[in-house]
Design a protein around this ligand. Structure first.
Ligand code: HSE
Length: 395
């Protein structure tokens, strides 16, 4: 592809698609142009002078289009577009984390089979180049964990609640108005968006692909005033944290709220920003911080994926070729704060120990250790009941 002009067929013109177009029109890139944009509803008024179509064939049938950028909301439609592009030998950039989280294994094989490339740095952590960094820099044996705030909307909501005393609902509405939230914001606040990004990051960090249903994820939608007061009393903040962590020769993944103390880097990650802490033997730790959502930051990240193809960049999936593969497990202890409203909730979990218990008419909680495996098994009921739980690290 080097020295070839990129004629882009763009699918989707939402927040990120528009962001990409505006970023492109503010800089002068002679070798990159959007040739045509495929959208669902052609009758919708758009403030951009671009050739729009609602027929995918106008893109796939255009011989001059040599690059596909997929930025649509619908994960299954995105999958079909990306697959078709790869099978046709056309390099493609995607921002659809849900689609990638469900289909990455197959899409990696297709890239190898059809000798073309799929890039998606923009899909995880918006403007932070976390995937390329993990892919290029770290040594297999030395990397020990990748943890962080991967969802801008939930972090924005938590910041507004903790710093400005805003109500949960108002903060969510504001995140939606500012264009950070998914069209279905449950994906943000219940931890699904973070989960999808974690799966993608884990492939590049540890070379292991784990399906979404195999990982425990729990969000912030049941957080109440008592949880906030508890965190403040402990001089901590609640953050929604995605973790990929080595435990011996095993790999542990989770997405859960954490009670974060002041000395942690991510304590200070506010609003729609994301923050990723990468730990390794001898490296100790490194911190990547930046805007994780919004049209311009994510549009710029998409552009970076596009221009990487001007010099034929592709992911090598080096960690997947490692001789010693980590085995995925959920059979590990986790210390949690567990707020409940009925004694029957306590029976849901077999606490290995309880170090703190508080019971009043308005507020009941315990702090204790459970197995992550059990949280995963009980995930559905834990999400339904009037309960909130958060990892409560010792420090
Ligand atoms: N809804 C996502 C977020 C957008 O809030 O982080 C960026 O992936």
């Amino acid at each position: 592809m080097s020295n070839t002009k990129l004629n882009i067929g763009l699918f989707g013109f939402g927040t990120v698609g528009k962001g990409l177009h505006e970023v492109l029109s503010k800089i002068n890139l002679t070798d990159v142009q959007i040739k045509r944009v495929c959208i669902r509803d052609k009758s919708k008024k758009r403030d951009a002078l671009l050739p729009f179509t609602d027929n995918a064939e106008d893109i796939f049938g255009d011989k001059e289009i040599n690059f596909i950028v997929e930025l649509i909301d619908d994960a299954e439609a995105a999958y079909l577009i990306v697959k078709r592009a790869l099978i046709s030998g056309i390099p493609v950039v995607s921002g659809n984390k849900k689609m990638l989280a469900y289909h990455l294994d197959e899409l990696i094989s297709l890239q190898k089979q059809y000798k073309t490339a799929l890039l998606y740095d923009a899909s995880a952590c918006g403007s932070i180049p976390v995937i390329r960094n993990l892919e290029e820099y770290y040594n297999n044996e030395l990397l020990t964990s990748v943890k962080g705030i991967l969802n801008g909307s939930s972090n924005f909501i938590l910041s507004k609640i903790f710093n400005e005393g805003m109500s949960y609902q108002d903060a969510l509405k504001l995140a939606q108005r500012l264009g950070f939230a998914e069209s279905n914001p449950t994906l943000d606040i219940d931890g699904w968006d973070s989960l999808f990004k974690l799966i993608i990051i884990t492939v590049h960090a540890f070379g292991v692909y784990v399906r979404p249903d195999e990982i425990f994820n729990y969000g912030i939608s049941s957080l109440n005033d008592n949880d906030i007061k508890f965190a403040e009393k402990e001089q901590r903040r609640i953050k929604l944290v995605a973790c990929a962590e080595k435990a011996g020769d095993k790999l542990v993944l989770s997405v859960m709220p954490h009670l974060i103390s002041k000395q942690k880097y991510i304590y200070s990650v506010e609003d729609e920003f994301n923050g990723v802490v990468i730990k390794g033997l001898f490296y100790y730790k490194q911190f990547m911080f930046g805007r994780g959502a919004g049209g311009y930051p994510t549009g710029s990240a998409v552009l970076s994926d596009i221009t990487a193809r001007l010099y034929d960049y592709k992911y090598e999936y080096k960690r997947q070729n490692a001789v010693r593969k980590l085995e995925y497990t959920t059979d590990v202890p986790v210390r949690i704060y567990f707020r409940y409203s009925d004694d029957k909730h306590l029976q849901l979990l077999d606490f290995e120990n309880i170090t703190e218990k508080y019971v009043s008419r308005q507020f009941c909680y315990v702090v204790g250790t459970v197995r992550l495996k059990q949280l995963h098994q009980k995930a559905e009921v834990l999400r339904k009941e009037d309960i909130f739980l958060s990892v409560y690290p010792e420090n």
